[in-house]
Design a protein around this ligand. Structure first.
Ligand SMILES: Cc1ncc(COP(=O)(O)O)c(C=O)c1O
Length: 397
């Protein structure tokens, strides 16, 4: 049987990580994989999480299954964190919710629910989008199309093109995948005014927003990073949200995420909950619990929550600071357009206007590792190597 398997190319980002690891240049800069790194280049466990783990170690009495839709208290606290505790959709029980295995698992659960509800739905994704969006969603059997988003010359969002394209080609009932903040791979986000317009546009055309919230808290702040989500939920009757705790709680390998389906009424949400349970059962039976319980503990314990908020602020401000430094260094050396974009964009990523050849040149001649698409993870830089990074970017350009 297995001799018929077709070999698959190795994952590009893993290859990049391996190449960087093998590079003996002590001044190499790793801007590849999408994990947060501190100034020493480490992805540490957050103090708040460590403390929660200690408490949990003493309190946990069983490793028995939690339930098909996962840890209900984690889900409740996460909804309140994203939407505000007093949001009417929560009070009205209009939200079906389940724990997913990371943001990826949540996206897949959302896609499966769409497939069960309306199999002919097309899901629209931005150009470009996170590379894994396409396989995750289309392997649920859904059709996918793309809409224009990032302009590689202005390094901003082509907002009017995006709306024009969707107006012409998307039909009522289609789903539009939107990055809630910190767009991956570009860092170019919608402004609050653009979110207002998108929400109204979706409502008027009967389009259903699917918000991917993988980096909230790491862009401009918790309120700013959830503005789009809240606006869309306030205006549209039906919304899907896939949230991840991989980045903002640095819980990558624990696989903590959540799918929320905001429905028109409580009765529909109850049915959607039963579908989520059925789908989870078919896919993985029960979600993992450890990471979700740690998030629950952090959010529910005021002292730990305060520590986490401080840690989140520190991660966010370090990245904003690095963006500022890189922007200044590029500006001084004549790269005004990139300088402005890098400063204005949010989160870990920016996509620089580099060709594949230029990205390879950065790797081979400067020991600077980034994807061939020109995406950099700003957290991989530090204040001492920023001038060299700016010089190398402008040099290959
Ligand atoms: C845009 C986006 N969505 C979702 C995810 C999923 O993250 P995870 O499954 O690790 O929680 C990622 C991870 O890189 C991402 O960049």
């Amino acid at each position: 049987m297995f001799e018929y398997l077709v070999p698959q190319p190795p994952d590009a980002i893993i290859q990049l990580m391996q190449a960087c690891k093998a590079d003996t240049n002590p001044d190499k800069i790793d801007l590849g994989v999408g994990v947060y790194k501190d100034a020493a280049g480490s992805t540490v466990i957050l103090d708040s999480v460590k403390k929660a783990e200690e408490i949990y170690w003493h309190q946990e009495k069983t490793k028995s299954y939690v339930g098909i839709r996962g840890n209900a208290e984690f889900c409740r606290l996460m909804l309140e964190l994203m939407m505000g505790a007093d949001h009417s959709a929560i009070a009205d029980n209009r939200i079906a919710v389940a724990q997913g295995a990371g943001g990826s698992g949540a996206l897949r659960l959302g896609a499966e629910v769409i497939k069960s509800a309306a199999p002919d739905t097309t899901v629209w994704a931005s150009t470009p989008t996170w590379a894994n969006h396409i396989p995750l969603i289309s392997s649920a059997g859904l059709k996918m199309e793309s809409y224009p988003y990032y302009n590689r010359e202005t390094l901003g969002v082509d907002f009017e093109d995006m709306l024009d394209h969707l107006a012409k080609h998307a039909k009522a009932g289609d789903v539009v995948l939107l990055h809630g903040c910190c767009h991956n791979p570009t860092g170019a986000d919608l402004s609050p005014q653009e979110w207002d317009r998108v929400a109204k546009f979706m409502k008027e055309r009967g389009l259903i927003p699917f918000i991917d919230l993988a980096y909230f808290g790491l862009g401009r702040g918790m309120a700013e990073d959830t503005y789009g989500l809240k606006t869309v939920i306030d205006i549209c009757d039906e919304v899907l949200v896939a949230a991840s705790c991989s980045k903002n709680f640095a819980l990558y390998k624990e696989r903590v995420g959540l799918i929320a389906i905001i429905c028109k009424d409580a009765a529909t949400a109850e049915v959607a909950n039963s579908q989520l349970g059925l789908i989870q059962r078919k896919l993985i039976s029960m979600p993992p619990d450890h990471g979700a319980s740690l998030v629950e503990k952090v959010l529910a314990t005021p002292e730990l929550r305060q520590i986490w908020e401080n840690e989140l602020t520190e991660m966010r401000e370090r990245m904003r600071g690095l963006r500022q430094l890189l922007s200044e260094a590029l500006n001084v050396q004549g790269g005004e357009v990139i300088a402005r974009a890098v400063k204005d964009q949010n989160g870990m990523f920016s996509t620089l206007p580099l060709s594949k050849g230029q990205a390879i040149k950065l790797r081979e001649e400067h020991s600077i590792y980034l994807t061939n698409s020109g995406r950099i993870n700003i957290a991989g830089a530090n204040s001492s190597n920023i001038p060299r990074l700016a010089e190398a970017i402008l040099n290959v350009l």
